[in-house]
Design a protein around this ligand. Structure first.
Ligand SMILES: NC(=O)C1=CN([C@@H]2O[C@H](COP(=O)(O)OP(=O)(O)OC[C@H]3O[C@@H](n4cnc5c(N)ncnc54)[C@H](O)[C@@H]3O)[C@@H](O)[C@H]2O)[C@@H](O)CC1
Ligand SMILES: Nc1ncnc2c1ncn2[C@@H]1O[C@H](COP(=O)(O)OP(=O)(O)O)[C@@H](O)[C@H]1O
Ligand SMILES: [K+]
Length: 488
């Protein structure tokens, strides 16, 4: 797992560690790691032009000490001080001692903008975990100049202007090509929209690990090995029932395709068998002769280990409402998606005894929360936690950096494999079948959601390879995604 910790926990761990090491040691470790990363990005340090954007706190201190190291290796380093009256004095002295220049960046001064525009590398040391809100106007202008200059932009600890704990970007922020972060990842580095501002991530070990073990991460991103451990691979004793039978209630006369895609996700995602119940049985059987189909009702469908309900149900008229109620009342794990989210009775969902996994996209989440879609997209971590609490369910919030939160308020999983190529009609239906198959195989709701999102994202990437794909292509690529994960 790639783990990210809250700022208050990082600070507490840093305090504990600082009490045991010589003063300034942590900043020197940070600066050494930062300078090394900058050197690698530049390729050749000697003769490179480096501009440091330096704020009033220790984030600026890191930038100054790293700048001093680069200057000693022959780079031409200019520090632009955003608040010259409040700056890390030791860092300025070190930079000057190494032959670096220092200019006033607090006003509309040509020296500051010029240094940025001429730079090969801009180091963003404006603010780190002490930042509040977006960049102030002067800093925002320099950040814009850095973006326009074509220079490589490296953020120190996190891109200035983004919220470290929430991943929110409420004002101007630095767009970095890479972020060198210290001690631990911060949630905002893994969760959009802030993640997009961070670029490639690099973690510098400053010795914080032991101290951090006293705290639980706020966010974790599963990696290949984590997912490989959870994949339900059949063994010698397996039969189709033990692998997991998934019931699917999806599709309608108007939207038969949603049923086909959910069944596709389930069968390619490892279900031992799929029982489809609903009006799209003909379409399902035509595409997947291996599916077991019936028109209903749900209680007569036969035994299943989990249900998926919702994709393409339409307005819930006719028998659809009854099928939905029957599934919500079932005592096996249930995944509710799409129209099912809108139509399900919230109190019936909350009262369920067996695990429940809700899989809204931002628009559906916004409707359930009674807020605007843009608010969910701006504040994804808050939204997913809030929904999980309200519904006493595990919630998978789809979109860029898909999140999975449990009702217990614990660590939120963030999916690292997503790709915007997945933003294509019906790909969510495939995910519902896939995650449903994982529930049927016996994974808990949080694991089923996280593993499902991981495989789905990987399948999207493998199918797309940089070109458009349809939802069926994503389903067809699921076995390749499985193989990829098992190979590690
Ligand atoms: N505490 C430690 O042990 C270590 C801290 N390190 C660095 O220290 C940083 C945290 O330092 P600080 O606590 O001094 O905080 P920061 O340097 O992140 O920023 C705090 C300063 O920025 C100002 N500020 C806040 N929001 C602003 C905004 N939107 N625009 C402009 N100015 C703003 C504040 O008034 C304050 O003076 C970390 O991010 C990391 O880079 C590293 O040196 C590693 C060790
Ligand atoms: N910008 C994006 N980056 C990564 N993944 C995305 C993005 N936009 C959408 N997706 C993914 O695409 C899928 C779309 O699902 P959904 O919105 O339910 O579509 P549909 O209802 O058409 O199936 C989800 O898995 C979602 O996470
Ligand atoms: K920064």
């Amino acid at each position: 797992m790639r783990t990210a910790y809250r700022v208050e926990d990082v600070r507490a761990a840093e305090r504990a560690l600082m009490a045991r090491v010589p003063e300034g040691a942590l900043m020197q470790r940070a600066a050494a790691g930062l300078a090394a990363a900058c050197g690698q990005l530049l390729g050749k340090v000697y003769g490179a032009r480096v501009a440091l954007l330096v704020g009033s706190g220790d984030n600026g201190g890191d930038a100054l000490y790293a700048g001093a190291r680069l200057a000693r290796r022959g780079a031409g380093v200019t520090a632009v001080l955003l608040s010259p009256e409040r700056v890390h004095g030791g860092g300025v002295a070190a930079l000057r001692g190494a032959g670096g220049r220092v200019v006033d960046g607090s006003g509309d001064l040509p020296g500051a903008g010029g240094a940025v525009l001429r730079a090969d590398l801009v180091v963003d040391g404006i603010v780190g975990i002490g930042g509040k809100g977006g960049l102030r106007p002067g800093a925002a202008e320099l950040a814009r100049a850095a973006e326009e200059s074509g220079a490589l932009v490296v953020a120190v600890d996190l891109p200035s202007g983004v919220d470290a704990d929430t991943g929110e970007v409420r004002g101007a922020a630095v767009r970095a090509d890479a972020t060198v972060t210290f001690g631990a990842y911060k949630p905002g580095l893994l969760v959009d929209p802030a993640r997009e501002y961070a670029g490639a991530l690099r973690l510098v070990d400053i010795g914080l690990g032991g101290e951090l073990s006293a705290y639980a991460p706020a966010v974790e991103a599963p990696q290949y090995a984590d997912v490989a451990r959870l994949l339900p691979v059949p063994g010698g004793e397996s039969d189709k029932y033990r692998r997991g039978v998934l019931g699917v209630v999806a599709g309608s006369a108007r939207y038969p395709g949603a049923a086909v895609l959910a069944v596709a996700g389930a069968l390619r995602g490892g279900a031992g068998a799929v029982r489809y119940v609903g009006p799209a049985a003909d379409a399902v059987i035509a595409r997947f002769p291996e599916a077991l189909v019936s028109a209903g009702p749900v209680p007569k469908a036969g035994r299943v280990q989990a249900w998926v309900v919702g994709p393409g149900l339409g307005d819930g008229h006719g028998d659809a409402g009854e099928r939905l109620r029957d599934v919500v009342a079932a005592d096996v794990p249930v995944l509710i998606d799409a129209d099912g989210l809108r139509l399900a009775d919230a109190s019936a969902v909350r009262k369920r005894g067996a695990p429940t996994l809700l899989t809204p996209h931002a628009g559906e989440a916004a409707a359930l929360l009674g807020v605007e879609r843009a608010e969910v997209e701006a504040s994804r971590l808050d939204a997913v936690r809030e929904l999980a609490g309200r519904y006493a369910a595990t919630v998978l919030l789809k979109g860029s950096t898909t999140l999975v939160a449990g009702a217990d308020g614990g660590v939120v999983r963030v999916n690292p494999t997503g790709t915007a190529w997945l933003a294509t009609a019906g790909s969510g239906d495939v995910l519902s079948g896939l995650a449903g198959a994982l529930l049927a195989a016996g994974l808990g709701a949080r694991d089923a959601g996280a593993v499902g999102a991981f495989l789905h994202g990987l399948a999207g990437r493998l199918a797309a390879e940089g070109a458009p794909v349809g939802a069926q292509d994503v389903a067809e690529a699921l076995p390749a995604a499985w193989r990829d994960v098992r190979r590690g």
